[in-house]
Write a protein that binds this ligand. Sequence first.
Ligand code: ADP
Ligand code: MG
Length: 273
Amino acid sequence: PPPAPAPARPRVLALANQKGGVGKTTTAINLGTALAAIGEKVLVVDLDPQGNASTGLGIDRRARQRSTYDILVGDASFRETIMETAVPGLHVAPATLDLSGLELEIASARDRAFRLRNALQGLAEDDAAARYSYVLVDCPPALSLLTVNAMAASDAILVPLQCEFFALEGLSQLMKTVDQVRTGLNPNLVIHGIVLTMYDGRNNLSEQVVQDVRAFMGDKVYDTIIPRNVRISEAPSYGKPALLYDLKCAGSQAYLKLASEVIQRERAARAAA
Ligand code: ADP
Ligand code: MG
């Protein structure tokens, strides 16, 4: 028989922006769902102590027996922590509030920035574990040690930007952190793309922001723009991704488009390598 293929390493993408409320968690949930819907196997890693990605994927707080906190302190593996969701092919490593104390607990550990990377390495080596094609890491709204762990473990970063005044504010700080991570921790880290979220077609400001961000960031900005859509904001209270709650709504359709754009960029990057 032919030799078994080397275990495929998943692509690890971090949803990062130190601003809160820009659509990181919404994008982790719905891009993850859209990728799974087109046949990818996806793991969402919830790295925000608020645990909103876990909740939005239907994981009850009481059901979170193990969490990313346990993984990062070294008390549990991904395999022991991962839970299934209602979406076939989409799994989640849930977060709990414990995670807010992690930074202090591991502050003096030498490997403090590599806890996530090492745990993901363990997942890749774990034969019994499912082989994911994508890992999406939902970061907290801060350039904290948690976000640094995400960046150190990732191939690329996806930056959600809300279509509002001050959209670009904070972006240079984020880029500075990416540069620091590149120099010190993860030389291969790249910006996968910038996704404009909560676009309001009735609002001139939204259009102005789109033009400004495109002028400033060029083709790093995805063609797909996520509209402001009430179905997207309603879905989490039902513990469902928008794509399960209302597949036809404009928001769900936009996330499906984003998923195919992400895959196209992945293919282009592989072809260029
Ligand atoms: P972050 O994770 O960056 O803090 P969230 O994804 O939690 O941001 O989004 C902040 C709020 O905006 C949430 O209440 C979410 O439901 C809502 N929201 C996000 N994207 C959209 C959208 N496209 N249309 C309408 N509401 C949205
Ligand atoms: Mg969030």
